[in-house]
Design a protein around this ligand. Structure first.
Ligand code: FAD
Ligand code: NDP
Length: 633
């Protein structure tokens, strides 16, 4: 097909999927009275006492870190390195253990999709060698536990505890955080915690959602979301996903995103019949996972101080389409050969984009992307035997519009006689009945329905919304309200005026890459530096309390820089709906004021390496420019 024909096909396929209800088509399971049991933690014994630190009403901590995933651990670690003591830190998580994403997501086949050597944090500090190029879920979770143990963080962590609201106390100059702890077998325990600083390491993809399908509560078979896999029903375990109990079961899965791509091969292997309900196909390239060669690892890592950072930067440079690229491609995988992903995460080319050159910029991204996307569509024909199925599995959108997938068994699954692809031609499934799923005139009877339908979009709303709690700052201002009224407003994507001493890791107004763990580490170091400088200022004059927030001018200036870079993301305008573009809502914004807000809520346009240089340069200048720091008693 010519580029024009491909573009036309992209537009046709996108238009089929654009829906007037946008993000409203979904139900947030956590906030639904009827369905909130879907997010109950399947990984803990409800009768066991919560492990970790115990807090009582009116406990006081210096630094509260919300989230015990890789982000929370990195924040804690970098704070310790910056001179804070373990007793200064308290980590809180609604989960029953460490790992965040990898605590919750234990579906069969779960693995990281960027190389574990750059994804797993602190590899240089721990000396740990990942078992595979792409690590599996259990290893990723156990590694989080290992990190916590090595730095003595278990005793500083409160599990099974949700933060539901926090308010700034202007008199005491601290945050008052409302918590709810689930006690083994007893009622929930409500308490209030006071903290000088709060860091929201609460993740991006934590709040499972499902489509508001007619008949959602009618289905009488078994049903769960992929982030709460029920091995009691399927058989097997995260470590040994032999789903024995499915041998006589008719199984359906709604969704064909990155999660389903990893889980489907296992379901295909064990289910009597598997129906994969597809609205939009994923673009699935090869994976090529392999065990780590210990000799290679030794050579690559041991003598070289700073190897981890160097490898992460090398990866980020390729993904951001840095030109000329670094002379060696260290990771050398499907990501580093996808420069068009810079359309989503930014890169140096953004600096040259003006209103006049937008069209040429977008055309150049497509030129980078067409050959790859065509190759991936051709791969479907090579792998999938049935012609109609193969046609339906082809992704017709630019590669940057959805998380690219990599798997060596997903497409192959559709060659198995027990597996049926139910393609809905962009409409989605129509409804559920008491025993199955309806698509057009066909009803598919199922024993088990799995919802691989993803999470609330992390690009909607403020950091408070992403953490699932309300944040009330100075003068009763709600953070969500600030974002609603004027869009994101931060310095460096980490701190916002009128919400002093509250820090968060972007993603709005911060850098981005395919490797989220690298951003988390950069921001953790940055935040640790700021907090240590601020507390030292107070100590120097013999005072205890310190209040940190950006000046209005600095926040404005950073936001303007983000807005100025927004033109470089014009390639997203033609994307098929997904959580990246608020299910297509971004493209529909016609009011200029709302467009400005959306532009302000974007990311650093020149890529993660550039963002790192900017914030590290700011630190080197040593004057904390743009931050107002007030000390007192
Ligand atoms: P999380 O790991 O999400 O941890 C946040 C924790 O905060 C959670 O445990 C949550 O329970 C807790 N929390 C949130 N709100 C509250 C609250 N109000 N009260 C108490 N606790 C709260 N990224 C990549 O770069 N590469 C990958 O390969 C990759 N694979 C992924 C696979 C899956 C299945 C998913 C869902 C995401 C993946 N991601 C990947 C994105 C991934 O989320 C990040 O890489 C990373 O794990 C985020 O770490 P985090 O600590 O910031 O957040
Ligand atoms: P996604 O949001 O990517 O996918 C949800 C799926 O549900 C989509 O295929 C969506 O279709 C489909 N869907 C929604 N509503 C309907 C409906 N009414 N009928 C039929 N299908 C429907 O969620 P995932 O959990 O797959 O992934 C979320 C993110 O988590 C990824 O983007 C990635 O960042 C991360 N992740 C990374 C992994 C890794 O490889 N390490 C693994 C898993 C997740 P449509 O596309 O049309 O909206």
């Amino acid at each position: 097909m010519s580029p024009e024909q491909i573009q036309q096909k992209y537009n046709e396929e996108r238009d089929k999927r654009l829906r007037p209800d946008g993000t409203a088509q979904y139900l947030d399971l956590a906030t639904s009275e009827k369905f909130k049991h879907f997010v109950d933690d399947p990984w803990l014994d409800p009768h066991a006492q919560a492990k970790g630190l115990r807090l009582t009403n009116d406990s006081r901590v210096k630094i509260l870190v919300l989230g015990a995933g890789y982000g929370g651990l990195l924040f804690a670690l970098r704070l310790l390195e910056a001179g804070f003591k373990a007793e200064d830190i308290c980590i809180v998580d609604s989960a029953g253990g460490f790992g965040g994403t990898w605590y919750w997501n234990r579906y069969p086949g779960a693995m990281c999709d960027v190389e574990s050597y750059i994804y797993m944090p602190l590899l240089e500090e721990t000396g740990y060698m990942p078992q595979h190029k792409y690590a599996y879920g259990p290893e990723l979770r156990e590694y989080a536990e290992m990190v916590a143990e090595k730095w003595g963080l278990e005793g500083r962590t409160v599990f099974r505890t949700v933060a539901s609201e926090m308010k700034w106390d202007e008199v005491e100059k601290e945050w008052v955080v409302e918590m709810k702890q689930k006690e083994g077998g007893e009622d929930d325990l409500d308490f209030e915690l006071r903290a000088s600083f709060v860091i929201a390491a609460s993740g991006l993809l934590n709040y499972p959602k499902v489509p508001r399908l007619p008949g959602l509560d009618a289905f009488r078979g078994h049903c769960f979301h992929t982030s709460r896999w029920d091995y009691r029903y399927t058989g097997g375990s995260p470590e040994d996903p032999s789903l024995e109990n499915l041998k006589d079961k008719r199984v359906g899965i709604i969704g064909t995103g990155a999660t389903a791509v990893q889980a489907v091969p296992h379901l295909a292997k064990w289910a009597k019949e598997l129906y994969v309900f597809q609205r939009t196909p994923s673009a699935v390239d090869t994976r090529g996972n392999r065990p780590t060669d210990a000799e290679w690892w030794q050579k690559e890592t041991q003598p070289k101080k700073g190897w981890h950072r160097q490898r992460r930067e090398n990866f980020a440079a390729f993904v951001s389409n840095v030109s000329p690229p670094p002379s060696i491609d260290m990771v050398a995988d499907g990501w580093t050969t996808m420069p068009s992903f810079s359309a989503l995460v930014g890169g140096p080319a953004a600096a040259q984009v003006t209103l006049e050159t937008i069209a040429a910029h977008v055309a150049s991204l497509h030129a980078l992307d067409f050959p790859r996307s065509e190759r991936i569509r051709a791969r479907v024909d090579e792998v999938v035997n049935d012609k109609t199925t193969a046609e339906n599995l082809k992704a017709w959108y630019p590669g940057w519009c959805k998380r690219p997938c990599f798997h060596d068994e997903y497409l192959q699954s559709f060659n198995l006689p027990q597996v049926t692809l139910v393609d809905t031609d962009g409409r989605g499934v129509d409804r559920l009945t008491d025993h199955g799923v309806v698509v057009e005139d066909s009803e598919y009877n199922l024993d088990l329905l799995i919802l691989g339908t993803g999470y609330n979009s992390p690009v909607v709303g403020s950091p408070a919304r992403r953490a699932g709690f309300s944040v009330i700052g100075r003068n009763g201002l709600s953070m969500e309200q600030k974002w609603d009224d004027s869009g994101a407003g931060t310095l460096h994507g980490i701190i916002s005026r009128d919400f002093p001493n509250f820090l968060f890791p972007g993603p709005q107004q911060a850098g981005a890459s395919a490797n989220q763990a690298f951003l988390l580490d950069l921001v953790a170091e940055h935040v640790a530096y700021i907090l240590s400088q601020a507390t030292q200022k107070a100590k120097a004059v013999g005072l205890e309390k310190v209040v940190v927030e950006p000046s209005a001018a600095a926040e404005q200036e950073w936001s303007m820089r983000i807005m100025a870079g927004a033109v470089a993301f014009a390639g997203l305008a033609g994307c098929t709906p997904s959580y990246f573009n608020r299910e297509g809502e971004f493209a529909r914004i016609s009011i200029q004021e709302e467009q400005m807000k959306a532009a302000k809520s974007g990311i650093w346009s020149q890529g993660l390496v550039d963002y790192a240089e900017v914030i590290e340069g700011w630190r080197r200048s040593g004057d904390l420019k743009g931050l107002e720091i007030t000390v007192g008693n």
